[in-house]
Design a protein around this ligand. Sequence first.
Ligand code: TA6
Length: 314
Amino acid sequence: MSSEKVPVELSKGVNGLEKIILRETHGSSAEVYLYGGHVTSWKNEHGEELLFVSSKALFKPPKAIRGGIPICFPQFSNHGPLESHGFARNKFWSIDTDPPAFPTNSSSKAHIDLILRPSEEDMKIWPHSYEFRLRVALGPGGDLMLTSRIRNTNTDGKPFTFTFAYHTYFSVSDISEVRVEGLETLDYLDNLQNRERFTEQGDAITFETELDKIYLSTPTKIAILDHEKKRTFVLRKDGLPDAVVWNPWDKKAKTLADFGDDEYKHMLCVEAAAIEKPITLKPGEEWRGRQELSAVPSSYCSGQLDPQKVLQGS
Ligand code: TA6
């Protein structure tokens, strides 16, 4: 069997950090670093990269990798006492060689199961015992599926509470040509205005300045239309009621050391999340949060696309 056909390969990535390469038979692929349990690449069957990773990303623990899909756990952003976005994105995960049965009917061989458990040091920062299982899988059509299962394994009888996000950085041709559909008329918390609550207008979201909003109780499907690339990303989610939309634009970009000054033009974060209503687990309880991404060609010309079709089509 040629190495290109191996569905799961352990390899060395940037700075010698271990990564897993997933390959699906029709040619799509993904890469996952054990550092952060972090997906850093998702390519379609033509080898085109669909995720954004900054050219200045450091790949140097303990700094989180800028781009791809950082996992925010057990805290989203600075909504709590922990470091921003929690610690899961800057811990070394392990390969879970014997994961409990998976309830989804994902038959793809191109998948990997990772696990994160707290060390004694970690428990000084967040005094809870947990098992965080992450499955990353490529579907037969090249879809990228992430499923998180978080279990409270405290032996002291205590529940714990967390917030969560898949902080996905999509690669886009030109942010000014991008629109997001599926969040119209929803309430959101504006991170740029002390998280005040507002209601979104009826139009699709477009971008002409910094934007950092947490949309609340969103539908399970969100579409990101890249006009110039003629590509639509469809994000489907389960167990994750909220959705964050973020682009730093030029000024904020310049304050991020691991992000190029102009790179804001070529990325957009749309993040399946559970933020407004934190999740509480009693000992023995498990929570599941799933995100599925697909990238489909779209022949969008202004006025021709029926947004409902994008959102309702399978
Ligand atoms: O998800 C949006 C956000 O919380 C923004 O407020 C923003 O600053 C960003 O994430 C990046 O955070 P980071 O800690 O990775 O620099």
